[in-house]
Each structure stands twice: as structure tokens, then as C-alpha cells.
Ligand binder design. Structure first.
Ligand code: HEM
Length: 415
């Protein structure tokens, strides 16, 4: 058995933090390998990139999620004791709860609400000097996420809840006061969500049976027990928060439309082009850099031993832009998705493998349909100008977005 190549230096935490989307792939490239060993936060870690690495990451029983996620991410982005840290039967059972929310008619209903709301918002945009698309998208998505999930959202709370959901995904990886702000947002959001679960359970809040609030509040774990209200709150937020996070993909999609104006016309002419366009946005633009697991028992891959206790990081962005899977990966080319066969391991912006069996994101269809709804609105329902602004992607941020958050001017609805 050969030993896994090592990166330079004792600990790579700073290298990963300063180059979250490039560190793993670039180091692999320099070492002519798909995997290497290092330390992250002083813990022994194996970093991997590419489709073959993704396949082993999602199919190897010796890899588990329990104990793999740094505490600072649990205290902000994910919460504790939610689905992300479950394994085996307990995971598969909890995953059914999320998958039961994703029927195509439910996703269509969500998309229709977005279209109606966009039309309402556009009336205000006409009267405004400037519209910051990312901010507007976050607010719209907070409204639709709550409405769709059966979570009451009084008008006076829209701003607060939008800010809380944003802090959870935008400031989770930050250091210093922003990180502490995200922890506070997590605390307050969980208290809010737990209150909703309790009201559904005691009957004082009536919600539609198919809504996330109802499904989560009445879900029974493998032992036949209801989830504690704390865990149910984490899971309800696992629906509301990421719907709001789709706003980052929307700002990135607007950026792509602006940088590739020929695609505006293509989308106008042929509705069938929205799918390849948004898929290419999900591939090309960085979002989450990597996912983590832990070796529960030793196993071997390609003659390398993965020792028990090691953390394993799978490079998502590097896999989506791996030249072995993608021609000219750094070029934005939606046509590559026009007749591409699905592959669960080489295109993994929201994780890979199987939605039911693995930890792959159950919200992919929502992300895609919301991106399509917003892009279709930008292309077909309004005219607008894009004033001079700093559109470079803010690489110090996770997810990286245009620095200006995408400003539009002179918005006019088409008749
Ligand atoms: C898991 C990305 C939207 C709910 C994940 C994972 C990633 C991801 C990378 C982890 C995959 C893994 O661990 O292997 C994204 C991105 C989104 C998005 C970039 C777009 C903004 C959504 C939406 C929902 C959602 C809209 C729900 C409505 C979840 C849940 C999990 C998850 C519950 C945990 C699944 C599990 O552990 O089995 N997502 N997601 N996500 N996502 Fe998403």
C-alpha cells in the first residue's frame, strides 16, 4: 500500500481559508494526484478532488458524517443534531422527510408564488432610483420560503427574518464579529422556529398538511418519537434558510446574463435554453467549496489507506471545474448542458450521489426552478439598465457574489 501524498507545511488551515475554491484542486494538481494528506484546524485531513474521488466519497461505507463538521459551522450555518450529521438508517429515514416536500407540483407552486411576487416588486422597482437585485431576491425568497413552509411571517418581521437567514449562510465561514453575529442569528432563528413547531403541535397554528412546518412538526423518528422541538427547529430552518440562499445563485445568474448578453437573446427566443443556462451558472460560479466526512473504519482506495479518525474533504468547486470532466472548464458555456447525460459525481454544486441514500442536497429542484423564474423575469418581463458598478466577484466571501450585489436602474415592466 502506498502512502497518501502530503501537502507542504504542518497545517493548511490558512491556505484553505485564503483560497477556499482553489486550494484542494491546485495542491492536487501540483502533486499529480487526486488526494493528499494535511492538517486542517490541526486535525489530520485527506483532501480529494474530481469525479472518481466524489464516487468513493459518496459510496464508501467507511465514511460517515457524524463528528465531521467543525463546531463553528454547526453553531451558525447548520445547527446541531440536524440531518447533516446523521448516518445509515437514521439518515435515510430523516431524508424521507425532506424528500417528501419535493413533489413537482409543490415546486411548481413555489415557482408560481415567486412569479407573482416578482411582478408586485417590479412595480416598486419602477419608482426606485436603483434596485439591488441580491437584496431584493433575499427578501422575496424569505417571503416565499415562509409562505411555502407554512411559517407565518408578519409584515413587520420581514426585514429581521431576511437578515437572520442571510447571516446564517453568508457569515457562517467568517471570522470575528460577523461570525458571532451569525451565532446570535442562529440562536434567535431557532427560538422562532421552535415556537412555530410547538404551535403546530398544540393546534394553535393551522398549517397545510404538505407544508414543511406541518411535516417536520409531525415527523416521527425511527424510534417512533416526535423530534424534540430544538431538532425540529433545526430541520425547519434547513428548509427556509437554503431557499433564501438561492438569492446568491440569482445574483450570480444576473452577473452571467450581463457578461454574456448573447444569452439574453437565446433565452428570449427559446424557453428550452433556461435549463442549460442555470445549470452552467451552478457549475461555473463557486458556492460551497467542499463537504466533509470522517473515516469511521479503515478502508483502501487506489492502494491508499484511509485511516480511522481522519477527516475527509471533498472539493465541490474543483470537481465542477475539473478539466478531466469538462472541456474549457473556466469558460461559461451553457451549451455543454444541452445534451449531457446526468452524472452524479462530476457535477456536484449541491453534493453528489443519490438524493435518497446520500447527503446530496434535496433542494436542487427548488434552486433550479427559482433560478429559472428569476432569469425568465429579468429576460422577458422587465427592461432595465446596468449602471457602472464593481461587478467583480468578491472572492473573500462565501459564496462569492458581485461586489455591488448587482444594481439595476430604470426598471420598466414590459406591457
Ligand atoms: C445539503 C448546497 C439549496 C436543503 C446540501 C449540501 C450542499 C448543498 C453542498 C451538502 C451535500 C453533502 O453533504 O454531500 C446547496 C446550495 C443551494 C442549496 C448551493 C442553493 C442555494 C437548498 C434548498 C434546500 C436545501 C433550496 C431545501 C429546501 C438541504 C438539506 C441538506 C442539504 C436539508 C442536507 C441533506 C442531507 O444531509 O442528506 N446542500 N443547497 N438546500 N441541502 Fe442544500
Amino acid at each position: 500500500m502506498s502512502s497518501i501524498p502530503s501537502s507542504k507545511g504542518f497545517d493548511s488551515t490558512l491556505s484553505l481559508l485564503s483560497n477556499p475554491y482553489g486550494f484542494i484542486a491546485e495542491t492536487c494538481h501540483a502533486l499529480h494526484t487526486d488526494l493528499f494528506e494535511t492538517r486542517i484546524l490541526f486535525q489530520k485531513t485527506i483532501c480529494m478532488t474530481g469525479a472518481a474521488a466524489a464516487e468513493v466519497f459518496y459510496s464508501e461505507d467507511g465514511l460517515v458524517r457524524a463528528g465531521s463538521m467543525p463546531k463553528r459551522i454547526q453553531k451558525t450555518l447548520l445547527g446541531e443534531k440536524g440531518i447533516q450529521g446523521l448516518d445509515g438508517e437514521a439518515h435515510r429515514h430523516r431524508k424521507q422527510m425532506f424528500m417528501s416536500l419535493m413533489a413537482s407540483e409543490r415546486i411548481e407552486a413555489l415557482e408560481n408564488t415567486t412569479r407573482d411576487l416578482l411582478d408586485r416588486y417590479a412595480r416598486d422597482w419602477e419608482a426606485a432610483d436603483e434596485v439591488v437585485l441580491y437584496d431584493q431576491a433575499r427578501e422575496i425568497l424569505t417571503r416565499i420560503a415562509c409562505d411555502w413552509s407554512g411559517v407565518p411571517l408578519p409584515e413587520a418581521e420581514v426585514e429581521t427574518r431576511t437578515a437572520q437567514m442571510t447571516a446564517l449562510f453568508q457569515d457562517a465561514g467568517a471570522v470575528g464579529w460577523k461570525h458571532w453575529g451569525a451565532r446570535l442569528a442562529r440562536h434567535r432563528a431557532e427560538r422562532w422556529a421552535a415556537g412555530i413547531i410547538e404551535r403546530v403541535r398544540d393546534g394553535s397554528l393551522q398549517t397545510r398538511q404538505e407544508s414543511a412546518a406541518h411535516v417536520v412538526a409531525t415527523w416521527r423518528d425511527l424510534n417512533g418519537e416526535l423530534l424534540t422541538s430544538k431538532v425540529a427547529a433545526v430541520e425547519l430552518l434547513n428548509v427556509v434558510r437554503p431557499i433564501v440562499a438561492v438569492s446568491a445563485f440569482i445574483a450570480q445568474a444576473a452577473h452571467a446574463l450581463h457578461r454574456h448578453p448573447e444569452w439574453r437573446q437565446k433565452l428570449k427566443d427559446d424557453e428550452g435554453q433556461f435549463e442549460p443556462f442555470v445549470q452552467e451558472v451552478r457549475r461555473f460560479y463557486p458556492f460551497f467549496p467542499a463537504v466533509a466526512a470522517r473515516v469511521k473504519r479503515d478502508f483502501e482506495w487506489r492502494g491508499y489507506r484511509f485511516p480511522e479518525g481522519y477527516r475527509v474533504l471533498l472539493d465541490l468547486y474543483g470537481t465542477n471545474t475539473d478539466a478531466r470532466s469538462w472541456d474549457a472548464p473556466q469558460e461559461f458555456r451553457p451549451e455543454r448542458f444541452q445534451d449531457r447525460e446526468d452524472n452524479p459525481y462530476d457535477f456536484i454544486p449541491q453534493g453528489g450521489g443519490d438524493h435518497h441514500k446520500n447527503h446530496r442536497c434535496p433542494g436542487e429542484w427548488i434552486a433550479i426552478s427559482q433560478m429559472k423564474a428569476f432569469c425568465s423575469f429579468l429576460v422577458n418581463a422587465i427592461n432595465f439598465e446596468v449602471p457602472d458598478q464593481v461587478l467583480d466577484l468578491e472572492t473573500g466571501e462565501l459564496p462569492p457574489m458581485p461586489k455591488s450585489r448587482f444594481i439595476m436602474r430604470n426598471v420598466r415592466r414590459r406591457q
